[in-house]
Design a protein around this ligand. Structure first.
Ligand code: SAH
Length: 348
């Protein structure tokens, strides 16, 4: 596909420009965009374009296609984890989950990650590159096609730091939300960040009312510095200030993700300090029993400890829930599969 443009990377406006340059009419853009949203993978399937126009389009463009190299389906809850190969041979993961409100896909935003969080499976394998808007979109299209389910929700919690690939992620969000495309409402999309402050402020001004999740995981800089290197650049107090700006501008409630690690961040004092720090904010805390990752000796907090931590937060006026674990038998937590594949490849 050397030198050709992946049609999935293009917005309707980009397509209009392309057709204008080809000396074609503007309405062609909408036609092509609608086909792409239906998940077709061959320009010849665009039957409302003449054969001649399809040939012309094929000279300049192609439709990107992720290759499913593996799929693991949980016997417990039907969660399906997909391992995709990109055109350049890189591998990414995405997960299909079923909730009461329908089907949701967890997408990756980068090949690898630069953030280096100590508890995360994506750490240690290194960062390769950003995903293009079309490569992020194609995770949703390919899963929708393979599973035969209509996807109504998206979570950007796969591999990568979405706000470290800001422009491509914003373009993806607008593509997937477009009424002539998949038409997934912004309110049905969550984006999780490790806390890149300039990205949070910029995002607040985009007019994209998604749900922002912040990977907090600690009530103070001392603990957070040890878990998440990003905290050395953007400290907790500055991060919470940015969150307040975000909620003020967007009027949207923020979710704080807090993975409970036994003996590290799960004491009563930690809960009380967290409650004091975020009291009065338009927020909600999502407690997650940390997933164990090979080579990292962090242990999950026990069920009782988690309940107690939650109760302490609630008693101090903080809304808190414990995240349901999905796909626990298939390593559905992101990064784990890619990590095992990369380790296999490195061995060979
Ligand atoms: N880079 C973004 C999004 C990817 S991680 C971010 O940091 O938010 C998605 C979520 O999974 C984050 O909240 C992250 O902290 C969490 N996570 C990563 N590894 C985990 C683990 N081993 N157990 C529980 N949650 C984990």
């Amino acid at each position: 596909m050397e030198g050709k443009v992946n049609l999935l990377d293009l917005s309707i406006e980009d397509l209009e420009k392309l057709f204008a340059e080809m000396g074609e009419q503007k309405f062609r853009a909408k036609q092509v965009f609608e086909w792409l949203g239906r998940g077709i993978k061959d320009i010849d399937q665009m039957t409302n374009l003449s054969k001649a126009l399809r040939e012309k389009l094929k000279e300049l463009c192609y439709i990107g296609k992720l290759k499913i190299i593996n799929k693991y389906v949980s016997a417990i809850d039907g969660t399906a984890k997909y391992l995709f190969e990109l055109e350049d041979g890189n591998v990414i993961e995405s997960v299909l989950m079923e909730y009461k409100h329908g089907f949701s896909v967890c997408v990756s935003s980068q090949v690898g990650c630069k953030m280096g969080c100590k508890f995360c499976a994506s750490t240690g394998i290194g960062f390769m590159r950003n995903l293009s808007p079309g490569e992020i979109l194609d995770q949703v299209l390919s899963i929708q096609e393979d599973a035969g389910k209509r996807i109504g929700h998206i979570v950007m919690m796969g591999i990568g730091e979405p706000l470290d690939n800001y422009d491509n992620v914003i373009k993806f969000l607008r593509l997937v939300n477009h009424p002539d495309g998949l038409n997934i409402g912004f309110r049905n999309i969550s984006l999780s960040t490790s806390g890149i402050i300039p990205g949070i402020i910029k995002l607040s001004k985009e007019g994209i009312p998604l749900t922002l999740s912040i990977s907090l995981h600690a009530p103070n800089d001392e603990i957070r510095n040890k878990l998440m290197p990003v905290n050395k650049k953007y400290s907790i107090d500055k991060l919470l200030e940015a969150c307040n700006i975000y909620t003020e501008v967007t009027k949207r409630r923020i979710t704080f993700e807090y993975a409970l690690i036994s003996g590290v961040n799960d004491s009563d004092d930690n809960a009380l300090e967290l409650a004091r720090k975020i009291k009065g904010m338009l927020c909600h805390v999502n407690l997650i029993p940390v997933n164990t990752v090979a080579g990292v000796d962090f242990r999950k907090s026990g069920r009782e400890r988690i309940e107690h931590f939650k109760n302490l937060l609630q008693r101090h006026g903080i809304e808190a829930t414990v995240r349901r674990e999905l796909g626990s038998d298939i390593n559905a937590a992101c990064g784990q599969l890619r990590r095992s594949i990369m380790e296999e490849r490195n061995k060979n």
